[in-house]
Design a protein around this ligand. Structure first.
Ligand SMILES: [Zn+2]
Length: 465
């Protein structure tokens, strides 16, 4: 590896002498393009000659200029995310609207059902009344029939005898028949009245039945409407899920792209040049707690059940944060004011971190990437490339970036047995605090409970909170 590097230095060194001066810049640009990570690693150690140092300076300038592309990517992603956020809030509103529509229709169906129940009761009671009236009519009819039958029998058997026996009895008999007729007339009239009443009730029953049919039709109609509304809601929800997934993906892209670019590049280039000696800072035993305070949100969920890839320690502003073990600072940046955080704030790196530090350490043969975010601007005690001792002050806690109050958010990525040199090279190339474990649900799926390194540890386990 060393021989290859020296050969490369030699070629670069020789080419600077062999080529005319005006060509150097042109060649330099194309030379850097696509080979950024090689140049980053080449220029991250002290150079042997002035010329090589000059080349690295040129590379640094070139590297800063490509930050423009990244900035464009950031603004592009911002636009895409804003569009999707709009879509999501529109869809959310549409789903809510469907919900209230479904509720309205459900209430209508309930009303329909109540009406049907009431009508059924009324129809049943009308049917009973009609039955009673019919019974009454039948009884009276039978009574009249009976009376007439009796009389016929009397007349039939007695008529000749009565005639024979004389007029007195005959007149009485006729009088009796008249009386009987009058009784029957009264009954007949009453029957007519009952019949009228029955017809009235029949009509009412018909009316109620007709009403019931129309309510049942309305109910069927409403049930169809409800089904349609639920289908529309389902479609919107499917779309919403799609947009949410897109948003998550874009946010993930954003987190890897959106950076305080100038600072991060200086950080990256400075890492190795500022380190003298080896990375032999292995220690053993548990990492110590970086900050003293009580847990306000565990990993990997907030108390409300939403995803939280770190551990929150609630501490007053400007509480000291110490290195949990010997290690090297990979990133340290404090661009924002100590108490400037709020929910949704995307300042800092990674987006929303506010003022942040990322360091590497190695304990009992395992390499860890340690993240400290939402820090104070004042009292920032370290910079990228600096080696630190366990217990050394890193900085103070703050309320910066995406926060709801002062606290220290800690994340720990287990890198397994990856060497410090390899880890530094990887960080120089990616600036990824997550070390490829990703963010959001991807980050959660890469927890050490379910898979090997690189994976996300519960900081409470690693630090012993
Ligand atoms: Zn947190």
């Amino acid at each position: 590896m060393k021989i290859v590097k020296k050969c490369l230095f030699f070629i670069v060194f020789m080419s600077m002498w062999l080529l005319p001066l005006q060509h150097i810049e042109v060649i330099a640009a194309s030379e850097f393009e696509g080979n950024e990570s090689q140049w980053l690693s080449k220029c991250s150690i002290p150079q042997d000659t002035e010329e090589q140092a000059q080349k690295c300076k040129e590379f640094k300038e070139y590297y800063s200029s490509i930050s423009k592309d990244l900035e464009n990517q950031v603004s592009d992603l911002n636009k895409q995310i804003a569009k999707i956020t709009d879509n999501i809030s529109e869809l959310n509103a549409a789903v809510k609207k469907q919900d209230s529509l479904i509720e309205q229709i459900t209430n209508k169906i309930k009303e329909n059902e109540n009406s049907i129940k009431k009508l059924n009761t009324e129809i049943t009671s009308l049917e009973e009344q009609i039955k009673k009236l019919q019974k009454s009519i039948d009884e009276r009819n039978n009574l009249i029939k009976g009376r007439m039958l009796d009389e016929q029998e009397t007349l039939g058997t007695n008529i000749s005898l009565e005639i024979i026996m004389g007029a007195k009895n005959l007149i009485d008999m006729i009088r009796n028949i008249d009386g009987l007729n009058r009784i029957n007339e009264a009954d007949k009239k009453e029957i007519e009245l009952i019949k009228e009443e029955k017809e009235k009730q029949d009509l009412q029953k018909q009316e109620k039945s007709r009403l019931k049919e129309s309510v049942e039709a309305a109910k069927a109609d409403n049930e169809q409407q409800k089904k349609n509304a639920e289908e529309v809601k389902k479609q919107k929800e499917v779309l919403l899920t799609k947009f949410r997934e897109q948003e998550e993906k874009l946010n993930e892209q954003m987190r890897s792209v959106e950076v305080n670019l100038a600072t991060i590049k200086n950080n990256i280039i400075n890492i190795d040049t500022r380190v003298k000696g080896s990375y032999n800072f292995s220690s053993s035993g548990r990492l110590s707690k970086p900050v003293n305070g009580s847990i306000s949100a565990h990993s990997f969920f907030y108390p409300d059940g939403s995803l939280h890839l770190g551990l929150d320690i609630a501490v007053p502003l400007k509480t000291p944060i110490y290195a949990p073990a010997n290690g090297i600072i990979l990133y340290a940046n404090n661009p924002v004011a100590t108490n400037s955080g709020y929910i949704g704030n995307t300042s800092g790196y990674p987006a929303g971190a506010g003022n942040s530090i990322h360091m590497l350490t190695r304990v009992d043969g395992i390499t860890y990437g340690l993240t400290f975010v939402h820090m104070a601007q004042e009292g920032f005690a370290v910079s990228a490339g600096q080696k630190v001792q366990a217990g050394q002050l890193l900085g103070l806690s703050g309320n910066t970036g995406n926060t709801s109050g002062p606290h220290c958010h800690l994340e720990v990525v287990n890198l397994g047995n990856m060497s410090i040199e390899k880890a530094i090279a990887q960080f120089q190339a990616t600036a990824d605090f997550a070390w490829g474990t990703g963010w959001y649900m991807t980050g959660y799926s890469n927890r050490c409970e379910v898979k090997g390194p690189p994976c996300r540890e519960h900081p409470e386990d690693v630090y012993g909170y």
